[in-house]
Design a protein around this ligand. Structure first.
Ligand code: NAD
Length: 322
């Protein structure tokens, strides 16, 4: 199947993953509309393609906004959400309204518009702490944060709409995406701390938390492929690199890429933030079987691209020369 000339809406398209998804859709020939309330997203993320998209500043918590943005679309990628776990702990109401109620509005709008497919950006946070590793899609859903709970709510309502009303729904459970334009989460926070003080690095937790990173362009490719895959209809699909690493391994890799080994003194705080899942390790067999999904960009290459982007865009030097 082709994307050429198709009409696609990306909610949350001014955010980190959303803006890369817009890039991927435009490159494939789609006509793209973005709906975003700019609560966390930035117009700067879309600046390079501003002439090629339609941008709607609006909020999925408002049903009429969702309905008018979805009208006339063939594909809807629903990413608009509070994506910040600590923020969901501080303000669970806003998190629930954006992630659960907002999703309800989008599903209803998609049904009314008769879209060909709606792809939901779900999260590994729906699983909570693993009962077994790696986690496949049959793993029980036992979220440990308001964020995880609100993503479950959005997801199971989507599946209920699929079974009840035939909503053409697919949920992609992202583990950890990273890449250029990242403005928060662990990788960004570590790099920001190293930029501020390259000699000392404080790391939240004990370094043994496990993460399963996937470079964002690989994540987006899985989204596009899932949207046009018959077998992905009514399915939840894990999207991850499939190469889990500990935070201590990540820190060591970053220090090596920044040539800071032997210079930076690393200190682990011992305790992490509320809602932090200790081990995220995906079974990506379903994505491989259904979508032929294999991540293309190895971690070292992806991190080098992020570092190069921060040097270029922000002028960060990480204790060295520009
Ligand atoms: N980045 C990851 O590793 C990761 C992991 C798991 C799941 N996800 C999911 O992927 C999606 C994108 O995440 P991200 O990391 O790009 O986060 P992000 O914060 O960069 O993007 C979310 C976007 O949604 C917008 N938004 C928030 N609430 C809105 C509302 N009520 N109405 C309209 N727009 C709203 C924000 O302004 C932002 O641009 C989210 O749904 C998130 O839950 C991301």
């Amino acid at each position: 199947m082709s994307w050429n000339g198709t009409r696609a809406l990306v909610t949350g398209g001014a955010g980190f993953v959303g803006s890369h998804l817009v890039d991927a859709l435009l490159a494939a020939g789609a006509r793209v509309t973005v709906l975003d309330n700019l609560s966390a997203g930035r117009l700067a993320n879309l600046r390079h393609m501003a002439d090629h998209i339609t941008f709607i500043e609006g909020d999925v918590r408002d049903e009429a906004t969702a309905v008018s943005a979805v009208r006339g679309q063939e594909y809807v990628f629903h990413l608009a959400a509070n994506a910040d776990v600590p923020q969901s702990v501080k303000d669970p109401r806003t998190d629930f309204e954006s992630n659960a109620l907002g999703s309800y509005h989008v599903w209803r709008a998609c049904l009314a518009a008769g879209v060909a497919r709606v792809v939901f950006s779900s999260s590994a946070a729906v699983y909570g702490e693993p009962l077994r590793r790696p986690m496949d899609e049959e793993h029980p859903l036992r979220p440990i944060s308001p964020y995880g709970a609100s993503k479950v709510a959005g997801e199971i309502l989507g599946f209920a709409y699929y079974h009840t009303y035939g909503l053409p729904f697919t949920a992609m459970r992202i583990f950890n995406a990273y890449g250029e334009r990242l403005g928060r989460y662990v990788i960004y926070d570590l790099l920001a701390k190293l930029e501020r003080s390259p000699d000392d690095l404080e790391v939240l937790g004990d370094g043994r938390q496990v993460r399963d990173y996937c470079y964002v362009a690989d994540t987006c490719r899985a989204f596009l492929d899932a949207a046009q895959c018959e077998g992905a209809l009514g399915q939840a699909i894990n999207v991850a690199g499939g190469h889990p690493l500990t935070i201590a391994d990540l820190v060591a890799l970053l220090l090596r890429l920044l040539r800071l080994e032997g210079r930076t003194h690393v200190h682990y705080t011992g305790s992490s933030w509320q809602g932090d899942i200790k081990a995220l390790h995906a079974d990506t067999g379903k994505a491989q079987r259904l979508l032929g999904f294999t991540p293309q960009v190895p971690m070292e290459e992806g991190l080098s691209r992020v570092i190069a982007w921060l040097r270029r865009e922000r002028g960060w030097t990480f204790g060295g020369q520009l």
